[in-house]
Design a protein around this ligand. Structure first.
Ligand code: MN
Length: 491
């Protein structure tokens, strides 16, 4: 399902106490607000005004419908009036979809002359919000609270950002990952508990033989390759005369896409240590698949492959880009410190500053023919790097704010795509924090999601979240990790 196929249900809390006229006004205003929010263009998905709920049964019935409707990606609740919260308990206890408590009110300001007790009884969001907030806290229900006036751009954008995280949760729950071969030998951080991941995040992570991929590659026709070569020429500069090598990548891409689509997989991993029967490590092939929204992880890293697919789904329609990334090497010039990210081949061209070039170069490892790959520089801008690690018994999502720059060196002999950035709060403190938290070398680098969205997503999935940003210190992080470790052991 694409972003626009998901919808969110706007549910307004009230009660019978105020009489039918007030309830009619509440319903009319809720419909008006829904229309205006949809018309703002700032919500990625449709908001649907469902109903003004007054009883336990209404809420429970609505939650049941929401749980079983695959198009419903979450609930947005609002209390125009006071809505006694004991009637929400059964519904909220059963809720399996993301929940946002929208703390807003219909009128922006308090009117001077018109305000009387009738006005107060109709417009008492401040009162209703607190009752609604209590029951969320009392039930320990995971929820997002967004406070502010519903017509304000910043508030609408935050609601839209939360919706994107909720779509990420929906995509996660149905995600299938195709592993071509196992993980790279001896590497720890790319391992993980696939049962735990499926229970928590919904991912179906399974393996397919490389031999089946080779058979599928053998069945690819010249006409299919010709068509994909045209796509390559339209999107990239063909900076090589070695067309046979580029065509081989096209063959790999077509075969992988056929297998992914046949199984409904949105993410895949492979490893240079298991290319049995293949002449090249997929480079351009994996890069162009990522450009189409598939997640990828190198060295068998299925966790980063899945996260890449989820973040791409969350940021559908955005233009900053999201890529599989790896921290490679540092530039430690005092006052001018950067991390250089790249991979052997497979960085997604969605983050490119300019039109990527298809080049062919030897690959030092993997014992195969020189593969074709896309070479480009990442663009300037604020971004995040995201790493999901398995702590043994639980999952931890580490997210760091970074600022990407135009690479400060041309690096003419580096034959791969590259992105250069400054981690926050600084390279060295940011690095100390990242290492302390156990973040991997493989990450999802995205210009299109924020740490707040990833925190929202982690809350929806009920996993630990660690944010490293401009205000993080090693001391505060160590303290947080210590307490978090205790809390998650008890949970
Ligand atoms: Mn790697």
């Amino acid at each position: 399902m694409s972003m626009q196929q998901y919808e969110f249900w706007f549910v307004v809390g009230s009660q019978f106490l105020y009489g039918p006229e007030v309830l009619e006004t509440v319903a009319a205003r809720a419909a008006e607000m829904t229309g205006a929010l949809n018309a703002s263009g700032r919500l990625p998905c449709k908001l649907v005004y469902k109903r003004t709920v007054k009883t336990n049964q209404e809420i429970t019935d609505l939650v049941r419908q929401a749980n079983y409707d695959p198009a419903c990606a979450g609930l947005v609740t609002w209390c125009h009036t006071f809505s006694p919260s004991k009637m929400w308990i059964n519904g909220l206890a059963a809720l399996q979809k993301p929940w946002c408590h929208f703390a807003t009110q219909y009128n922006r300001t308090i009117p001077n002359e018109e305000i009387d007790m009738d006005f107060m009884n109709l417009n008492q969001a401040a009162h209703g919000d607190r009752e609604h907030g209590f029951i969320g806290a009392r039930l320990r229900a995971p929820r997002k609270v967004i406070a502010g006036y519903w017509q304000d751009e910043a508030v609408q954008r935050r609601l839209g950002d939360w919706m994107r995280a909720a779509v990420g949760a929906a995509v996660s729950k149905g995600l299938k990952v195709m592993r071509f071969g196992d993980n790279m030998r001896e590497v720890a951080v790319t391992e993980g508990d696939k049962v735990e991941v499926q229970a928590k995040l919904g991912w179906q992570v399974n393996t397919w033989p490389v031999g089946q991929l080779v058979e599928t590659m053998d069945a690819v026709t010249d006409a299919e390759i010709d068509a994909l070569m045209e796509e390559y020429r339209a999107a990239y500069d063909l900076a090589t005369d070695d067309l046979a090598t580029v065509r081989y990548q096209a063959r790999e891409e077509i075969a992988m896409k056929k297998m992914l689509d046949a199984e409904g997989c949105l993410a895949f991993s492979n490893t240079f240590q298991d290319l049995y029967g293949m002449k090249q490590l997929p480079g351009l092939a994996s890069q162009h698949l990522m450009a189409q929204g598939y997640g990828y992880g190198g060295e068998g890293d299925w966790k980063v492959a899945a996260m890449t697919a989820i973040v791409k789904a969350m940021s559908e329609g955005k233009t900053g880009g999201t890529a599989f990334m790896e921290d490679y090497t540092y530039h430690l010039e005092p006052g001018n410190e950067y991390s250089l990210g790249a991979h052997m081949l497979e960085v997604c061209p969605s983050v490119a500053a300019a039109r990527p070039r298809i080049e062919v170069h030897p690959l030092g490892i993997g014992d195969r023919e020189p593969p074709a790959r896309l070479v480009f520089e990442g663009h300037e801008g604020d971004a995040v790097v995201i790493s999901l690690i398995d702590m043994g018994g639980r999952l931890r999502l580490v997210c760091q704010d970074i600022h990407c720059v135009k690479p400060i060196l041309p690096m003419p002999n580096l034959p791969v795509a590259r992105v250069m950035w400054q981690p926050l709060p600084s390279l060295t403190t940011g690095l100390e924090c990242w290492i302390t938290a156990g973040g991997a070398h493989h990450t999802v680098l995205s210009y299109d999601v924020t740490a707040e969205q990833m925190r929202d997503w982690a809350r929806m999935m009920d996993i630990e979240f660690v944010h490293i940003g401009k205000d993080t210190t090693v001391e505060s992080l160590e303290h947080d990790l210590f307490l978090s470790d205790l809390a998650w052991k008890l949970k």
